[in-house]
Design a protein around this ligand. Structure first.
Ligand SMILES: [Zn+2]
Ligand SMILES: [Zn+2]
Length: 129
């Protein structure tokens, strides 16, 4: 749950903008397909689509496939939030009882060393993967 601030503005947040920007290649590719389809429909009333028209549609469709794969790949490279991490076991990286945490959203594991346990590695989080 994201906390809502009392102050609401019409401006999209940085997160909203980032989401739109991340999906933009896919949106643009889908618009190209639409455009190519409209060209085909129009051409049917005017002597039939040409080989070039079909080729343009197929190129646009394969761009959608590529863009979708890229967007998915980028979204899965997400940053794990502290509240999505849960303890799975003790780490073997140090002898201070520091913990391996796993993200419930992406499954990535990371070690959290705590100075509270007397670990000199302190609080910074290192990734295993
Ligand atoms: Zn994660
Ligand atoms: Zn440690």
């Amino acid at each position: 749950m994201r906390k809502r601030l009392a102050l609401v503005t019409a401006e999209p947040s940085a997160a909203d903008l980032a989401a739109i920007e991340a999906e933009w290649p896919l949106i643009a590719a889908e618009l190209d397909v639409l455009d190519a389809e409209i060209t085909l429909l129009y051409a049917e009333d005017h002597g039939g689509p040409t080989v070039l028209d079909w080729r343009r549609l197929r190129r646009a469709e394969s761009r959608v496939t590529r863009a979708a794969a890229e967007v998915t790949a980028r979204q899965s490279a997400h940053v794990c939030e502290p509240h999505t991490l849960r303890e799975v076991r003790l780490t073997t990286e140090c002898d201070y009882g520091c913990k391996v945490m796993a993200c419930r959203d992406c499954g990535a594991e990371q070690v959290t060393h705590w100075s509270a346990y007397g670990c000199p590695a302190g609080k910074p989080v290192h990734r295993i993967a």
